[in-house]
Design a protein. Structure first.
Length: 283
């Protein structure tokens, strides 16, 4: 089988297949994630095929000349425990080249990732909560993200994410099924967040803020837009203790965790402003 396979770039429609596979794996992607993912790097989604049969997928998002994120590594169940996953991972790393590559990997496979040259930085934890009937209102009401100049949003995002991502961010914060809000004062942007509809409940991300008070108000406002009884998830870096405290305050429970790893040094972002990562699939 391995001798008769080839790896090809996936188009927008085929990226929807990746999202469907992620849904089947229980990753609970957003209902409109495929288009946003493809915009991040139109040449960065790959499938391994035997003839017309798709055996597995991977993404390698080259955000700029210095940073790449590998994700969406999914092998069809009947082709696991072979070389398909290795071939996809190696292809993704070759596409990323000499960039600093990041992953959110499975905790039980850290040693395998280390063999590829990755170094553990910290854990990201998926925290899940429920919108209750007595969900508190934010102490301050923040405006729509559309009120923020986009260049200012991009500048703020670079404090919390290692590379510019204008096409992705423009779509992500305004796509159907999503709501985004931001807070700004006379000195500039202080934080922003997005909540999006998923196949089960909602996911929040990113949630970036100057401090925990701003992050809390953003969280309250984002969750206030969904229906009572709905589940929501927030993926937090354990390197930000305030993010963990905030999640516990609102009775969120850890569902699972990933290993954030890099091939080079950790990027010089301000993790104390990262109260929720954007996506385990894209960083």
């Amino acid at each position: 089988m391995v001798d008769h396979v080839n790896i090809r770039v996936l188009n927008t429609r085929q990226v929807e297949t990746i999202v469907d596979m992620a849904k089947n794996e229980g990753w609970n992607p957003g209902i409109n994630d495929a288009r946003a993912f493809h915009l991040a790097d139109p040449n960065g989604f790959f499938g391994i095929f035997c003839g017309s049969k798709l055996l597995g997928t991977v993404s390698s998002i080259n955000y700029d000349d210095f940073f790449s994120f590998i994700g969406c590594l999914i092998v069809a169940p009947e082709f696991r425990n072979g070389r398909i996953g290795y071939m996809l991972g190696r292809h993704a790393m070759e596409y990323a080249g000499t960039r600093n590559i990041a992953i959110d990997g499975v905790l039980g496979k850290i040693h395998a990732y280390e063999n590829f040259g990755f170094k553990l930085a910290y854990r990201n934890c998926r925290m899940q909560g429920i919108k209750t009937s007595d969900w508190p209102q934010p102490q301050k009401k923040y405006g729509s993200i559309n009120e923020i100049p986009f260049d200012e949003l991009l500048d703020y995002d670079l404090h919390c994410f290692p590379a510019p991502r204008p096409a992705f961010l423009s779509f992500w914060t305004s796509m159907n099924g999503a709501y985004s809000c931001a807070v700004r004062d006379d000195h500039g942007l202080q934080g922003y967040g997005t909540i999006r509809k998923c196949w089960k409940g909602y996911r929040i991300g990113p949630l970036f803020a100057d401090n925990v008070e701003t992050a809390e108000n953003l969280l309250l406002q984002l969750v206030s837009t969904i229906e009572t009884g709905e589940a929501f998830c927030l993926d937090i870096p354990t390197a930000n203790a305030a993010a963990e405290i905030l999640a516990v305050k609102y009775k969120m429970q850890e569902v699972f965790a990933t290993a954030r790893m890099y091939t080079l040094d950790e990027p010089p972002i301000d993790l104390q402003k990262v109260f929720g990562v954007t996506s385990f699939e894209l960083g």
